[in-house]
Design a protein around this ligand. Structure first.
Ligand SMILES: NC(=O)c1ccc[n+]([C@@H]2O[C@H](COP(=O)([O-])OP(=O)(O)OC[C@H]3O[C@@H](n4cnc5c(N)ncnc54)[C@H](OP(=O)(O)O)[C@@H]3O)[C@@H](O)[C@H]2O)c1
Length: 312
């Protein structure tokens, strides 16, 4: 049996349940590709799954390889492929119900894979799919954000936030972002029109009414966000499903998004990156064997941009 290095969990728990070991190398089935992983992005969902928070929803079988953000090269093609071939440089947010990308190889459905942006390296390309698709599906699919509209993006300096800021600006929106003071210059450089320090200001007191709120925090932040929406506006959350009754009481709409793989949207995101309309910021690069440290950093909740594992 051919093996590969991978980071697996055999049970749910803290960072100590992550095991760096030799695992069986997977084989692609029909309509799938085997990708040689060059880099894997770390996302909060990785440690949420590790801790068992999503086990009722995702029904994983253990052991499980974590990590659902990847950039690499097609190593082997399964039967019946329509677009991809061996040697293609690709990136993906793979199916989260299957083994992930903290590994030297991953099998992915062709329909979940796009050609990676040519102008950025694998380390940056691996940081883009999950955050990019999340920003796209919340701002454009769920909220229908249009030029001239006003959008409030919570945690604007984080993985999802810093990509959402740039997509919203590309669309022609007026962007307001929340962050701690240390991130304000970073956000201004990304094009944020109004920066709010969530530690010293109450955003609902300093933000004029908006058409869209992107809620990446939930809890009290979500509750206070209803007040900043224009009538008919929309609160889109990726943190916790907003209450339909509360939305109705405020005369606004609500949506919860759980990001889905989408190769067409990934191809659009790659085009924007190559056109220098979208820049992904990688704060920390660690070797695959240091996935534990990467998850601990992510779990602190103050990443600027993204954390990525270097596999090659
Ligand atoms: N539903 C889905 O499909 C989906 C998809 C992607 C992500 N998510 C979830 O969305 C959340 C954000 O994901 P992410 O990848 O962007 O996380 P992340 O990169 O870890 O976010 C870190 C950022 O959060 C900011 N932050 C922390 N507390 C804040 C607060 N109270 N107000 C404003 N900003 C705050 C930090 O800014 P400072 O350093 O300035 O404090 C930091 O820049 C996570 O819970 C993740 O699991 C869900």
């Amino acid at each position: 049996m051919r093996t590969m290095k991978a980071v697996c969990i055999y049970g749910y728990g803290g960072p100590e349940v992550l095991v760096y070991e030799d695992a069986p190398r997977p084989h692609p089935g029909d309509g799938e590709v085997l990708v040689r992983v060059h880099a894997a992005g770390i996302n909060p969902v990785d440690w949420k799954i590790r801790e068992g928070h999503l086990k009722e929803m995702l029904h994983h079988t253990l052991p499980l390889i974590l990590g659902w953000d990847v950039s690499g090269v097609v190593e082997t093609a399964g039967a019946g492929l329509t677009r991809l071939k061996v040697g293609d440089e690709v990136f993906s947010r793979p199916d989260i119900s299957r083994d992930g990308a903290y590994a030297e190889f991953i099998v992915i459905k062709e329909s979940d894979v796009a050609l990676k942006p040519k102008s950025i390296d694998h380390l940056h390309a691996a940081a883009l799919p999950l955050a990019g698709l999340t920003a796209w599906q919340t701002l454009f699919d769920a909220a229908g954000l249009a030029a001239g509209q006003r959008v409030l993006i919570h945690a604007a300096a984080g993985g999802v936030g810093h990509v959402a800021v740039q997509l919203a600006k590309w669309k022609g929106a007026h962007v307001i972002g929340t962050a701690a003071a240390k991130n304000h210059e970073f956000l201004r450089k990304l094009g944020v029109d109004q920066v709010v320090d969530y530690n010293t200001e109450r955003f609902e007191e300093v933000v004029q009414p908006v058409d869209v709120v992107l809620d990446t925090i939930g809890g009290d932040t979500q509750e206070r966000s209803w007040k900043v929406l224009k009538r008919g506006g929309i609160l889109v959350s990726i943190a916790a499903p907003p209450a339909a009754a509360t939305a109705a009481a405020h005369g606004v709409r609500q949506a919860f998004v759980f990001t889905q793989p989408n190769s067409g949207q990934l191809a659009e995101i790659a085009r924007l990156a190559d056109a220098e309309k979208l820049k992904v910021i990688v704060e920390t690069i660690l070797p695959l064997s240091d996935a534990t440290r990467g998850q601990e950093l992510s779990q602190r909740g103050h990443t600027q941009g993204k954390i990525v594992l270097r596999v090659i």
